[in-house]
Each structure stands twice: as structure tokens, then as C-alpha cells.
Design a protein around this ligand. Sequence first.
Ligand SMILES: [Cu+2]
Length: 287
Amino acid sequence: MHRRALDSLTPQERAELADLIRDHVTNAVLDEHRGWHQMHGPGGMSGPGSGERFFAFHRNFIGKLEDSLRSQGKNQFVPLPTWNPIEPIPPEFSHPERSTNSPGIALPSWATIAGGTQGSPIFGYTALDQFQSSDELGRALGANFHGAVHNTIGGDMGTFASPRDPIFYPWHAFLDDIWSRWEGLPSPGGGTGGASRCFIATAAYGSELEPPVIFLREFRDDVVLQSRFQKPFGKILNIYYSFSPPIAEQMRKHRLLKYAMKYSLVWPFVVLAKAAALVIRPFVKQK
Ligand SMILES: [Cu+2]
């Protein structure tokens, strides 16, 4: 899904969209957003509200606005356009009590397909295709960029009531668009949408947001790839990435294969990994 930029709309269109957003944001909508963040935290570079779950919640949250726009026949605003924080906030999206309408924060080059010389926080990647999972990308964007924009604008944007400010939605559409671009990149095993690259586990559980899939991803990123077993394990992972996408594809088509793989392979592997995590932890480098 490719989103267009807010500044490709006419001022009249922007004014209409800003009003539609203001109408959409009821107390129930604010409560949903606040409640999620109170339970999961502000996002940032680690923790339950960061990374992939941060992306997924906000994509769904924007999706509800888009559903509402569609139901009002306002399809011209779907997918929701993006606002790039290097641009001043368009006057049609005005909101009282901001510290500034021009945060002037540039998208870091590591979050672009072209890349650049800047290294991302946490991982040191220099271009979008180097991120190995949605989770890594979300955590790197959450380490600074996401919060800096919220806090520099200030006012409601600096709080969990941020959707009260109509620029919230185009701003999160901009972050979502970075995720979409990453999802569209080819993965090493072929095909696109290497969202988690735990292909077989994702196919077995039906979603990359299922707890066992999240556990495996964290086990890979936070335990094994931080340990002295990093090199041999990296080689094994590359072999796995090369043969697993076609298997995952078949698992999505054939239910029996899906259940056979789930209980003969994935589930025992999760149990084994949980045990291994306890053994390997002492070998993990302290950061
Ligand atoms: Cu949020």
C-alpha cells in the first residue's frame, strides 16, 4: 500500500480531511490509544509497546480512521496521506497549544531504501533493506525519531492523548509507510514481505504476532545473535531463510501440513529454545 503525501492535496482537500479526522477522534478513540500505551508503554527502542507491536497497533488504529472515511464515501483520503516532519505542519491541520508547527526533523537516511552514511540506533544499519525484521525496524525508529517528532511538536502530541492533534494520523501514516516500504523489499529467500522471516513458525501459528512466534524472534535477536554463537547460528539462519518460504507457502495452502509441522517441528523447537535460552543467557554479551 503506497500512501501519498499530504502536500499533494489541495488546501481545500486538506481542510476537509483535517475536519474529518477531528470528527473521528471521539473520547472512545482517545481511550483506545491511551489504554494501549498505558498497558504497553510509549514505544521506544525496547519493551512490549515497541518494534513490530508498535507498528501493528498503529496500522490498525489508522485503519479504523480509513474505514470511517470509506463509509462516508471519502475514498480519496484512503490510504491516509502522510506528513513528513521535515515539512511544516500544513495550516489546515492547526491545533492549539503546540510548541511548534515546524519540528524540522528529517527522516534518517538509514530508514530509506536508498540509504546513506548514517547508522541506525541499536543495529548500525545504513539502509532499509538491512533490517532483518519488522521488530528491528520499529525499535530503531522508536529509539529516537518517533518520540522526537511527538515531543518537539509538544502539546497534546507530547502525551498519550496525541490523536487529539489532527497531525497525529498523517504522522503515523508516514511511519507506517516506512514499514510498508520495508515489507515490499525482497527477502533473501525470495518473495516479499519478509516481515519476521520466522516463516515456518509464522505459518504454523497463523500470525507473526502470536506469542510463540514473538518468543522465537526475540530468542534469535536478543539471545543467540548476541551470544558467542552468533557466527555459526547466522550461517544456519541463512540456510533456513533459503528453503523455508516455499514450505511456509505450502503450509498456508494445506491445513494438514500446517498442523503436522506445528506439532512435530515448531512446537518442540519452541520448547527446546526456551530451555536453550536458560543455558545460553550467561554467554550473552553484556551491553
Ligand atoms: Cu501511539
